[in-house]
Design a binder for this molecule. Sequence first.
Ligand SMILES: C[S@@+](CC[C@H](N)C(=O)[O-])C[C@H]1O[C@@H](n2cnc3c(N)ncnc32)[C@H](O)[C@@H]1O
Ligand SMILES: [Zn+2]
Length: 235
Amino acid sequence: MGILSKLIGAVKVCSNVFSRYLINRYLINRYCRGKGLEIGPGTVPYSRSLETVYVDKFLTHRVSARKYVTADASSLPFKDNSFGFVISSHCLEHCPNTLKVLEEWKRVILPNGVIFLILPHGERTFDRGRQLTTLEHHIEDQTKGVDESDSTHWEEFAEYSIPQYDHGWTNQARNEDGSWNFEWIAASGNLHYHVWTQNGIIGVLKHLGCRILVCLEELIGRTDSFVVVACIEKD
Ligand SMILES: C[S@@+](CC[C@H](N)C(=O)[O-])C[C@H]1O[C@@H](n2cnc3c(N)ncnc32)[C@H](O)[C@@H]1O
Ligand SMILES: [Zn+2]
């Protein structure tokens, strides 16, 4: 490896660490207080607080230093009103039933608690070109009770998302005849079911009775992402 590429690598690491610091200092620490959940943290959680419980469905994504709870985002093993916040980055798009998931998060969050969402922007990721998901679509998914076996988005994921990004898993994801093994892709948690920009997810959150606190069109250090923070209002 040449000295220049080493230098570029070091600059990238520093800028990553610095942007994480800024996000924590000015956003997460401000809105995510007390006991909370981070859902789908993978190996790179955003919340550093020891009061945050990490929840992830897939064992392979764990970091060893912290205890994770294994659960699906749509079915959390916690009592109603037990957390001040849920933070989640790049996870909701992997869930087939968006409203079911968000209602589950709402259930475990205290009144006036917070949902802090970091999502891939539909026009700035490998989902570019896919149709943005409408609120009506989410309502229909909820009414039908869709789960991981839902095939509605398979073709568009294969047509747009897979070719725009080297996922690393694509070799394992083929059937013997070379066609995509969508069941495998869905079961591995790699499929993006839905695609948003800010307005789309804001509509979904308002539909659930949430009050929008903050929107950031672009997350510092992560240009493919936007941020929406919402307050949970309960009757
Ligand atoms: C693309 S990674 C994002 C990791 C990290 N939060 C980030 O922003 O880079 C998606 C994460 O969500 C987890 N995940 C996917 N589907 C999930 C589900 N239904 N329930 C809980 N976690 C899920 C995956 O295991 C993985 O850790
Ligand atoms: Zn759908």
